[in-house]
Ligand binder design. Structure first.
Ligand code: SER
Length: 334
């Protein structure tokens, strides 16, 4: 039986790009003490550290996971800890261990305690044989990255626990996520974040995918809203569980640079594709997310123009205060 009470929440990967902003929003909504930030090697800083509890959580160690969950009487886990696509190609074994074994351990702990679990998937579940425009909800899932392999398997594993054990496991296939707070690390879509930082910091950026590379993207406020809205949705209306396509906008790297130039006319962007181009080329250009819209009312708020205005406003302000890159050491910057 899944717990129905509004108990405490654990966010794994809480210092990551999505986890950091998700933790703060969950604390705002449900109370600071109700939301535990699960961190691994990198300690939390700033508001994340000061606004509520945090604990070291290694998802590859089931006893550690269970101990934290029991100590805080957790009933819902947002499982954001993962290695992304590009870093996953550098370290496929580590990507499998964290993404797959980590999820398996969490689902086992959740099964024994009836916890609710949010487990994100990604556009990385798709591959070269998938239709690339308006990618349907039900389609070919034959990814060519280890990250994608773990995300397909994760969707299936979560759905298995839902069917077999009645566990409430939910998830979406995030597009590339763009945000102004915590930098992403090790993803293929990282260029779409780095370009804003470097435009503000230096007025130049060397983009690691071709100018005509189109990928589905989303601004962080929409990403956070989608995540929490899905978890708060009435489960009886959901036909899908762990694999909702999710979309907001699609644009090429060249269009992104041109949009930034509307605000910063002197911005220069060069295109110097590296090994990440092949990953980008294996993913869809746009996504059909009608299942999410129909089953739980998904509706994005930000397009490229609105997102760019907000990103540049926030980053310009931080740059003026001398803290554009508040980032922890060791995270790749561009
Ligand atoms: N943003 C992720 C990546 O690039 C995709 O889920 O790896």
């Amino acid at each position: 039986m899944t717990k129905q009470t509004a108990g405490r929440i654990l966010v794994t990967g809480a210092v990551g790009q999505i986890g950091s902003e998700l933790t703060l929003e969950l604390r705002k909504r449900y109370g600071a003490e109700q939301v535990v930030a699960g961190v691994h090697r990198t300690p939390p800083t700033g508001a994340l550290r000061d606004s509520g509890p945090y604990e070291t959580v290694d998802v590859t160690r089931p006893q550690n996971l269970a101990e934290v969950i029991d100590r805080y009487d957790i009933d819902t886990v947002y499982h954001m800890a993962a290695l992304l696509s590009a870093i996953g190609e550098e370290h496929p074994q580590a990507a499998w261990n964290v993404n797959m074994n980590g999820l398996y351990h969490l689902l086992e702990v959740a099964r024994e305690r009836g916890l609710r679990v949010f487990c994100p998937s990604s556009i990385a579940v798709f591959g070269p044989e998938t239709p690339r425009d308006g990618t349907p909800q039900e389609t070919v899932l034959r990814p060519t990255t280890m990250y994608g392999v773990t995300k397909v398997a994760g969707e299936l594993l979560g759905a298995y626990y839902a069917r077999r054990y009645g566990l409430d496991v939910r998830g979406v296939r995030y597009p590339g996520i763009i945000s102004a707070e915590t930098l992403p690390g090790g993803g293929t879509t990282d260029y779409a974040v780095a370009i804003y930082y470097e435009a503000v910091a230096r007025g130049r950026y060397a983009c690691f995918v071709r100018e005509d590379t189109v990928l589905p993207m989303m601004y962080m406020p929409d990403c956070i809203a989608a995540t929490i809205d899905l978890m708060e949705a009435d489960g009886s209306g959901l036909r899908h569980r762990t694999d909702f396509n999710l979309a907001a906008m699609s644009f090429s790297a060249g269009e992104l640079a041109a949009e930034i130039r509307k605000h910063l006319p002197d911005f220069v962007c060069t295109f110097e594709p590296d090994h990440r181009q092949a990953i980008a080329d294996s993913w869809p250009r746009s996504i059909d997310d009608s299942a999410a819209r129909e089953e739980w009312g998904w509706q994005p708020q930000y397009d490229l123009s609105r997102m760019t205005t907000d990103m540049l406003r926030r980053l310009t302000l931080r740059h003026a205060e001398g803290r554009l890159y508040p980032q922890v050491e060791g995270v790749e910057r561009s």
